[in-house]
Design a protein around this ligand. Structure first.
Ligand SMILES: *Cc1c(COP(=O)(O)O)cnc(C)c1O
Length: 316
């Protein structure tokens, strides 16, 4: 039996928290942050929004299994595992990296994301990078059906039209007085929904967490509106790449505001936002709302990498 209450009974909209900072005062802008990260520690922020209508649809179609794809530290994998378990679905994660299967015990010991997903009952299929690239080919999908039976397929990163629909709900009457809405961008589904849910007087600023020019085209698939722009200068070299400046920024932000940012998405966005403010990108009295999309489950895994490099760690 499916229990969809996890998704249908979000009682309180996440809080909008105003930030005090001498820089914001100096440049006379107002900055607030919408705490989507507080929805759930693992089905956090935008992943809750993206999964909501997909899970409802899977139940409607009477599926008992959700299958999805992701990297070994993926927020999406962690979110699907817990969301599935809470809503009464079996979950299967097709994970990039064949080598991870060779010593699964060791993999789970070292990888907090996969360990978490497994604890919530997710079954894994580890595939080579080559196969992973071809994961939507009919032949591979048929192979998955032969192996696991029928399933409801949620794409990598969870982005599809139902996900975009869910993300429109990040904005509401409570956010209509903001001039700018800032959000991080991975596959573009979240910003697509935010753009769709925005008012014409608002401008949406996306901060891609990865390099590449394909995102503009991707986002246009999900919305016809044009009140948005991508700021491409703050990906720090690519997806999940970090440097010491970013880690220091995240730790300072936590100290100053008591809000933890993740290093892959929200840390880069808030770093970029600060830089734009300093460079007078915004006119005086602009009201900016940044969306904290969550992702905090990834910090433990990132800290292991930072430790190996001899970098400072993200303090939780
Ligand atoms: C997945 C994720 C994103 C990216 O969302 P897209 O819809 O893929 O653009 C942003 N922030 C966090 C914390 C995420 O986990």
């Amino acid at each position: 039996m499916n229990d969809l209450g996890f998704f249908t009974s979000l009682e309180d909209e996440p809080q909008i928290q105003y930030l005090r900072d001498s820089l914001y005062e100096e440049f006379q802008v107002e900055v607030a942050i919408k705490r989507e990260d507080q929805i759930d520690t693992y089905v956090s922020g935008n992943k809750f929004r993206k999964l909501k209508y997909n899970v409802l649809e899977a139940a409607k179609q009477q599926h008992d299994t959700l299958l999805t794809f992701g990297g070994a530290y993926s927020n999406h994998i962690a979110a699907v595992a817990k969301a599935g378990s809470r809503s009464g679905f079996k979950t299967i994660g097709v994970i990039r990296g064949e080598e991870l299967a060779q010593n699964l015990r060791q993999t789970l010991q070292h990888n907090p994301t996969l360990r978490f997903a497994k604890d919530y009952g997710m079954q894994f299929k580890f595939v080579s990078r080559e196969t992973y690239r071809e994961k939507l080919q009919p032949k591979f999908l048929q192979q998955l059906k032969d192996e696991f039976g029928t399933f409801y397929l949620i794409p990598e990163g969870g982005t599809n039209t139902l996900a975009v629909q869910g993300c429109t709900e990040i904005l509401s009457e409570a956010t209509q007085d903001f001039d700018y809405i800032a959000c991080p961008v991975g596959t573009g589904g979240t910003i697509g929904g935010i753009i769709d849910g925005s008012f014409p007087h608002q401008k949406i600023l996306g901060f891609p967490a990865l390099k590449g020019d394909f995102l503009n085209a991707e986002i246009k698939k999900y919305t016809d509106k044009t009140n948005w722009e991508l700021v491409n200068a703050y990906h720090f070299g690519g997806y999940a790449k970090v440097n010491q400046d970013l880690v220091t920024f995240i730790n300072d932000f936590k100290k100053k505001h008591d809000i933890l940012l993740d290093p892959v998405y929200t840390g880069k966005m808030m770093f970029g936002l600060r830089d734009l403010i300093r460079n007078e990108f915004f006119s005086k009295n602009t009201r900016i709302l940044a969306v904290h999309t969550g992702g905090l489950q990834g910090i433990a895994g990132m800290n292991q990498k930072l430790l190996k490099k001899g970098f400072p760690l993200i303090r939780m």
